[in-house]
Design a protein. Structure first.
Length: 192
């Protein structure tokens, strides 16, 4: 099975994440998309994150009604900070019947050469890249690589940072989150 891995802090998950994941599984050759909840992104401060199990619970609830979109906490048991190459090796050993690929925004493709062992990732895995309207830079060289596929997905400019800030300001952002995830977040009084 061809799996797309959509890594993220999901702090919290929002409808933009689901729009991209659903578009990738419906309009590319990916058969499933796994939303991989990352305990600690090496480029982010860990102190700003909700606890791992709460972010996973949000993703779990958000994906309940999507047969081809699965939550994954595979990185929770791996050494931190998490590096994508290590996660890919672990997944290949655990699920040899699957072929794993990465889903990322165009903004991440620009920083991709900074990733640990990025050449090895690109050699062994395909990258499914979605556009970001906020990108003003010239096209990265990697766009012409045989394993990079640009998917004309909807451009969604919602961020978890915006949602956290809006909640602190007592704004109603319910429409920006999957319903079941919003209920959990509201019940737990997160980000207030």
């Amino acid at each position: 099975m061809k799996i797309g891995l959509f890594f993220g802090s999901y702090n919290p998950i929002h409808v933009g994440h689901l729009i991209i994941a659903n578009h990738m599984v419906e309009y590319s050759d990916l058969e499933e998309v796994w939303l991989v909840v990352t305990p600690h992104n090496p480029f982010k401060k860990k102190s700003s994150l909700l606890e791992d199990h709460h972010r996973f619970q949000l993703v779990l609830r958000a994906t309940e009604d999507y047969a081809k979109i699965k939550p994954s906490n595979i990185e929770f048991g791996l050494p931190q900070p998490n590096y994508t190459i290590n996660t890919l090796i672990h997944l290949e050993e655990k699920y040899p019947q699957h072929h794993f690929n990465l889903i990322m925004g165009l903004d991440n493709l620009y920083s991709f050469p900074k990733w640990k062992n990025y050449e090895k990732i690109l050699e062994d895995h395909e990258l499914y890249v979605y556009p970001r309207i906020s990108m003003n830079m010239s096209s990265p060289d990697l766009l012409s690589h045989k394993n990079v596929h640009v998917i004309e997905a909807p451009i969604v400019e919602i961020s978890s940072t915006f949602i956290r800030k809006a909640i602190k300001e007592k704004k109603n952002i319910r429409a920006l989150m999957p319903h079941n995830a919003w209920i959990y977040l509201d019940e737990m009084n997160f980000y207030k």
